[in-house]
Design a protein around this ligand. Structure first.
Ligand SMILES: [Zn+2]
Length: 68
């Protein structure tokens, strides 16, 4: 079976659900370079980052296609 990145929507939903309930991850999100996300949040954030461009960011996809 091929390993593929988590679909963006799934990664977003999972991270947002955790983020909403985790003060440590909210603090990390508000202060880049400040406090670190908790272990669970860091994993979810890595999945989110790996999931790529949000599918509704059409302007960014067009820009990326133009420079590819
Ligand atoms: Zn967290």
């Amino acid at each position: 079976m091929l390993t593929r990145p988590t679909p963006w929507r799934t990664a977003d939903t999972a991270y947002q659900a955790h983020h909403g309930a985790c003060p440590q991850c909210r603090a990390a999100g508000l202060n880049p370079g400040g406090p670190s996300r908790c272990a669970v949040g860091a994993g979810l954030w890595a999945d989110y980052q790996a999931a790529g461009t949000p599918p509704h960011f059409l302007w960014l996809q067009h820009k990326q296609e133009a420079t590819a």
